[in-house]
Design a protein around this ligand. Structure first.
Ligand SMILES: Cc1ncc(C[n+]2csc(CCO)c2C)c(N)n1
Length: 195
């Protein structure tokens, strides 16, 4: 099995946007359109969008799509699964040659958006998987976000940039130790529950 290309491994995210708005079609299509996805393999269908490539771009694109949808002010939710090291995931290898600069960051860095997120890490094929999970939950206490634990997930509250930074660091620290890791997440912004 070879899922290495250079020094980085292919990763991906499959996600769905749920705009709680009459304008959901426009919000979904504009968010997908406004974001530069040239550094990732991408496929959208009626259920979700899947992107694959270097981890830095997977997180850059996912965050940018959520921010573009949330900046409409509508209540937006997004759910998805990140994955790395999936055996057989190789037909997007061409995207592993891209440079490491997150290209959407300059466009989205001025968007300040509060959100709530729940995420769960699944280090696969490891007898001691709970240790790998507990280690990262501890680390996440220092990342500018409020961290709380809940059944089956860890909750992060704060700015979307800090939430995605925490997701990235958690996923990264586990994937350094475990070959195949998935991470599910649900994030919600502008919920009327918070008004
Ligand atoms: C990120 C993301 N990708 C695809 C869909 C599925 N989807 C539902 S409505 C719609 C627009 C009209 O075709 C699309 C593409 C989604 N919700 N979020």
């Amino acid at each position: 099995m070879n899922n290495y290309c250079g020094t980085s491994r292919i990763s991906g995210c499959q996600f769905t946007l749920y705009p709680m708005s009459d304008k959901f079609v426009d919000i979904i299509l504009s968010a997908l359109n406004e974001v530069d996805t040239s550094k990732v393999w991408k496929q959208t269908d009626d259920v979700s969008t899947c992107i694959r490539g270097k981890m830095v771009h997977i997180f850059d694109v996912t965050k940018a799509i959520f921010l573009h949808a949330a900046k409409t002010g509508e209540h937006i939710a997004m759910s998805g699964t990140f994955s790395i090291g999936c055996p057989g995931d190789s037909d997007a290898d061409v995207y592993m040659d891209k440079t490491d600069t997150p290209i959407n960051e300059s466009n989205v860095k001025e968007i300040n958006q509060e959100a709530g997120c729940k995420f769960s890490l699944y280090p696969l094929g490891r007898e001691d998987y709970m240790n790998a999970i507990y280690e990262q939950i501890d680390l996440s206490k220092h990342r500018n976000v409020q961290v709380s634990s809940t059944h089956y997930a860890t909750r992060l509250d704060g700015d979307v940039h800090d939430i995605f930074q925490a997701l990235y660091q958690s996923f990264d620290s586990v994937q350094e130790q475990v070959s195949h890791v998935t991470m599910t997440f649900s994030i919600s912004a502008n919920s009327p529950s918070n008004r």
